[in-house]
Design a protein around this ligand. Structure first.
Ligand code: IVH
Length: 652
């Protein structure tokens, strides 16, 4: 162990704090994490041998060592108000009009900042030292959470100036951090609140919380924007996205911009806060009973809401998987009314710990399908959901294989499975059969007219006309759509067959190595495994499916009915023996470029490896570029080219 003098120890502490600032606030570390850890341990060692000489400034002091039994309450010397909400442009303009009236001027500059979805905190520094931190509580008094706040690494314990100041801000958890502990909390806000209210600060320390300060109580500064600069100079973390605007319309567009960018931040925001910039104006406007007249929260369309879980039903999919579905009391989220959400499987229901009758937290972010993210409250009459023991469609026993999460109906003749398979078969990316949607399929199956894919192609016009959904024209249309589907490519047909794990990409790969269905009927596992990009699990599933005599019979039937696409395998062409891989976004469709390359004899690789000839790089490429560069350094002849070059190569 390195023996330090006290003087050297104090220098070490200074150095550690300097590196922490560089890392957390300036995003410009000078040393590696490992080097930081080494210095940190030296400080720790010194403190273990000389506990009485440990500095309160030491980064080791960020973690308290004894859990508390309860939080003390803390009276805020100046109360923490909340904000009035506005929900649209008109309400924001009304807020502005009131300010104009109160100030008797139209010239108002506003500060616009993201409204962080976390938990409000007030932190008191005395002579530059962090003394107390407390939650907002009811605004008048909160809980003294100093030990936990001290674990936030972005927050200095000592300011750059020895001043006395109260600062306020929002404690939050980054989305990237939340992703690591997602099972414990429903959302990052709950995670932040739950972690700050941990009695054991060692636990709080592990949660890696973060904070942005947005207010300072300190004389001699004239505007909010200048205050934020001052806070930064003190070494305090401030949201990097704060903007100013000289009119309310500009403020509104900025708020909308935040809403558009919402998904791109590593923290959750639920609105924009618009504040009158000048402090003398703020003072003149003052407060209503509840909130300041100089600030407003423009709330984004809610992405999260609480609703009752009325029931859990189940759906039988085309592979027999039984999926529990939440039947919800209708709720509007981000402008869309939602009354159902998938619960995936029994494990998910157990993980969420939800029962029928509970109120649950539902989230819909961006274009993502709505998801139940947790339980809000349990009702007295809530009851646990039980997976049915028999398939609700065909009464076959429901089974669950060892090591699998899904419950399944294993009856291949189950009407629900058949309907699911046929719907997939007819869907746009598969056989693309116009006029053969779910409702028509339901009727055809229920009437016993079809059981398998091939049955579709022997349907007659008269059979269709006998059903209530069909008239002359629609029957003719379906018959010709079925006729047209016979000319679909081999890859579309393979995808349509609905073999587990065989998506569009795998279907294309398989088609690229086989001339027709007949060849596939005698396919071997070895030849499938040899296909670059096709997984072992997928290969095994394909073999298992083709070994099923019923499936073989079905393929033979399809062939005899004229579904027998031939695929030309091109081995000889200007691009033969060359392999290509695309990363990032291109201006043309990836699949289009890939098929053109293949048509010229080129191969599409599945990953960057020594055999790769060309890496085609589009916008926002992934880590593949780095990987390729590493291989190039090792003298593998990979060429990195852009979209224009490949288009030129293939004359597109
Ligand atoms: S200013 C008097 N600025 O929103 C002004 N609040 O609804 C006090 N919040 O309790 C608040 N981000 O927890 C302000 N940039 C921001 C904010 C923000 C989040 C929270 C804060 C407050 C709540 C009010």
């Amino acid at each position: 162990m390195l023996i330090l003098t006290h003087e050297k120890y104090l220098e070490l502490i200074k150095e550690l704090n300097r590196h922490a600032t560089l890392y957390y606030q300036k995003d410009a570390p000078e040393i590696t994490d490992a080097d930081y850890d080494r210095l940190y341990r030296q400080a720790q060692d010194y403190e273990t041998s000389n506990p009485l000489l440990a500095s309160s400034d030491s980064p080791t002091q960020r973690i308290g060592d004894k859990p508390l039994t309860a939080f003390e309450s803390f009276n805020h010397p100046t109360p923490l108000p909340s904000l009035g909400n506005v929900f649209d442009q008109d309400e924001l303009i009304a807020f502005h009009d009131r300010a104009v009236k109160g100030l008797e001027t139209e010239q108002i500059t506003y500060s616009i900042e993201p409204k962080m979805d976390g938990l409000a905190i007030a932190i008191h520094y005395e002579n530059g030292q962090l003394k107390v931190a407390a939650t907002r509580g009811d605004g008048k008094s909160g809980e003294n959470v100093t030990a936990n706040i001290k674990t936030i690494r972005a927050l200095p314990h000592t300011l750059t100036k020895p001043i006395t100041i109260e600062v306020r801000g929002e404690v939050f958890m980054r989305k990237s951090q939340f992703a690591k502990i997602a099972d414990t909390f429903a959302n990052p806000r709950n995670a932040a609140a739950g972690s700050i209210r941990q009695l054991d600060s060692r636990v709080a320390a592990q949660r890696n919380l973060d904070v942005f300060l947005y207010q300072g109580i300190y004389d001699g500064i004239e505007t909010h924007a200048e205050m934020l600069i001052f806070l930064k100079e003190l070494g305090l973390p401030v949201n990097p996205d704060v903007k100013t605007a000289t009119s309310i319309t500009e403020a509104y567009s900025q708020a909308i911009q935040f809403e558009t960018d919402r998904e791109n931040y590593d923290w959750e925001i639920d609105g924009a806060v618009i504040k009158v910039n000048r402090f003398d104006y703020q003072d003149r406007l003052g407060f209503t009973i509840k909130a300041p007249r100089w600030a407003a929260a423009y709330k984004f369309a809610a992405e999260e809401g609480i609703t009752r879980l009325n029931d859990i039903t189940v759906q039988v999919g085309r592979t027999g998987v039984i999926t529990p579905v939440a039947e919800l009391a209708p709720i509007k989220l981000a402008g869309v009314t939602i009354n159902r959400a998938t619960l995936h499987n029994m494990d998910e229901i157990n993980r969420l710990d939800i029962q029928i009758g509970d109120t649950v937290i539902l989230k819909r972010s961006g274009d993502v399908i709505p998801k139940i993210i947790g339980k809000a409250t349990r009702a007295d009459d809530s009851r646990p959901f039980q997976m049915p023991t028999h398939c609700p469609e065909c009464q076959h026993p429901v089974t669950k294989e060892e090591g699998e999460v899904a419950h399944k109906c294993n009856n291949v003749l189950c009407a629900a499975r058949i309907k699911g398979q046929l719907t997939h078969f007819a869907s746009r990316k598969a056989m693309d059969i116009d006029g053969l949607g779910e409702a028509v399929i339901d009727q055809l199956v229920d009437e016993g007219l079809i059981h398998t894919y091939s049955d579709l192609f022997v349907l007659t016009r008269d059979q269709l006309l006998a059903l209530d959904r069909f008239a002359d024209k629609s029957a003719d249309n379906l018959i010709s759509a079925l006729e047209a589907a016979k000319t679909n490519s081999l890859s579309k047909l393979i995808f349509a067959l609905g073999i587990s794990f065989v998506g569009e990409n795998a279907a294309t790969l398989i088609a690229d190595h086989h001339p027709n269905l007949e060849a596939l009927q005698s396919v071997t596992e070895e030849s499938l495994i040899a296909i670059d990009g096709l997984g072992i699990k997928t290969a095994a599933k394909i073999i298992e499916t083709f070994h099923d005599p019923a499936f073989q019979e079905e393929i033979t039937k399809l062939r005899s009915l004229g579904l027998n696409p031939q695929h030309q395998i091109i081995t000889d062409g200007p691009l033969s023996k060359q392999s290509f891989l695309i990363t990032g976004t291109l201006s043309i469709k990836r699949i289009e470029l890939e098929s053109k390359i293949k048509a010229l004899g080129g191969k599409i690789a599945s990953s960057v490896n020594k055999q790769l000839s060309y890496l085609i790089v589009g916008d926002s490429p992934g880590s593949k570029v780095e990987k390729a560069e590493k291989l190039i350094q090792k003298e593998h002849p990979i060429q990195i080219i852009d979209e224009a070059s490949i288009l030129k190569m293939i004359n597109l």
